[in-house]
Write a protein that binds this ligand. Structure first.
Ligand SMILES: [Zn+2]
Ligand SMILES: [Zn+2]
Ligand SMILES: [Zn+2]
Length: 160
């Protein structure tokens, strides 16, 4: 989870303003819900948490629309295979965004966004296309165990 949510929200407002878009208070709240979650959330989970955090019920359709907006503004990514949403790990960064790929922990469901160099992705896409396959999504979602869960496994296997 990002350390400084206020800072990230401020950056998000600036980046929306630079594209002429408006981070309305509801959109900002949806982003906050995702920022305060340690795991990716489905649209329905966003609705539930929004209700708890902001005391307001939103129709799931409008949450989908707000999530689409946040994706378009590159503040949020969608994990296609799980149908869940996660905030971009680089909102507060100034460097160029590499092609975002995701490492998903199957135990604690934490997601780590990693940048894979565009050149490597281009090579991958090229070899896929050479098989005659048409690629619709080029987002990788790789499953495994995060560092923390691996350490947990080790310490429970070797009790002190
Ligand atoms: Zn990102
Ligand atoms: Zn970064
Ligand atoms: Zn984990």
């Amino acid at each position: 989870m990002p350390a400084d949510i206020d800072q990230i929200i401020k950056k998000s407002q600036e980046s929306c303003a630079s594209t002429g878009a408006k981070l309305t208070s509801k959109r900002k709240n949806v982003l906050t819900v995702l920022l305060t979650s340690s795991t990716p959330l489905s649209a329905y989970e966003v609705v539930e948490r929004y209700k708890k955090q902001f005391n307001e019920s939103l129709p799931v359709m409008s949450v989908y629309r707000m999530l689409d907006f946040l994706i378009q503004e590159k503040l949020v990514h969608k994990l296609e295979t799980a149908g869940q949403y996660v905030t971009c790990a680089h909102i507060a960064c100034d460097h160029q965004h590499e092609s975002p790929q995701f490492l998903i922990c199957d135990r604690c469901h934490a997601v780590k966004e990693i940048g894979i160099k565009k050149q490597i992705m281009a090579e991958l896409e090229h070899s896929i296309q050479s098989t005659g396959f048409t690629l619709m999504h080029n987002q990788l979602e790789l499953h495994g165990l995060c560092e923390r869960c691996q350490n947990k496994t080790e310490s429970s296997a070797n009790p002190v």
